[in-house]
Ligand binder design. Sequence first.
Ligand code: C2E
Ligand code: CA
Ligand code: CA
Ligand code: CA
Length: 275
Amino acid sequence: SKSAGRNCFTIYDEAMSAELEARNTLEGDLRDAIARCQFELHYQPFVDVTDGGRRGFEALVRWRHPSRGLIPPDQFIPLAEEAGLIVPLGEWVLRRACADAATWPADLMVAVNLSPIQFKEAELFEVISAALRDSGLPPERLEIEITESVLLERGVENLAFMERLKSIGVELALDDFGTGYSSLSYLTAFPFDKIKIDKSFIRNLTHQPRSSAIISSIVTLARGLDMAVTAEGVETREEFERLAALGVNFAQGYLFGRPQPVDRIEFGASVQSSQ
Ligand code: C2E
Ligand code: CA
Ligand code: CA
Ligand code: CA
């Protein structure tokens, strides 16, 4: 049912029992926040470079703190990971994102970020399939974004898990490509559909010829492996045109839209740039 993603009380007993220990700390606040459902997903569009058409949205979590206002994920995801709270939070994100996307036009995907910590959970596959089943979202419309650090540890188990997700139709993207321990062997060993080039490479694109060279090699490599390439952090028309010339498949960034609450997104027509 559509309300499934909103129900965050029943599954968080463990998080709640430790609540008293951690009062007056951000961690304590975070436990409360999970019990009270103080999180929101904002959605940022990504577009197909060839026609500028919107293909889907990435779900990005925010914490609506009662006194501190809207807290960005970089300020609480690491804490949630340390405290083990990323598991219930991550499950909420998955359920909410699938439930939201199930109400969108059927040609739009939703991309969800998974923390490396979630990969250590034996039930992750069941969590994802339950989110799909309960929301009614076809698996083909869900894309899971993971970072390289996931591939470093437990590579064999994670490969099996990824193959399992692919077998039901879920897409896989390698996020923040180029920032980590980037070994190209990861690209050949794991079944990614898409590589997301980190925004740090896009930032200097129009000034630094080296960035163009890097992007162009990633595109060539990805083509050889039958993977698509997304450029993230695209802010200007100039960058977009450069990326199009370099053969990038998808683009995401402020040029096409900032992350926004779902009720502010216009689903009427698949139109692209806001500029
Ligand atoms: P990310 O997955 O690399 O997400 C892209 C980040 O770049 C987002 O920051 C987005 O708002 C920002 N961004 C998008 N377009 C532009 C642009 O044109 N210019 C610039 N300068 N920035 C742009 P945000 O929302 O603050 O998220 C930060 C990170 O937090 C994400 O990086 C992701 O690693 C993590 N995160 C967000 N939501 C979740 C989640 O539900 N689960 C997990 N595990 N991590 C999440
Ligand atoms: Ca991401
Ligand atoms: Ca990224
Ligand atoms: Ca990131």
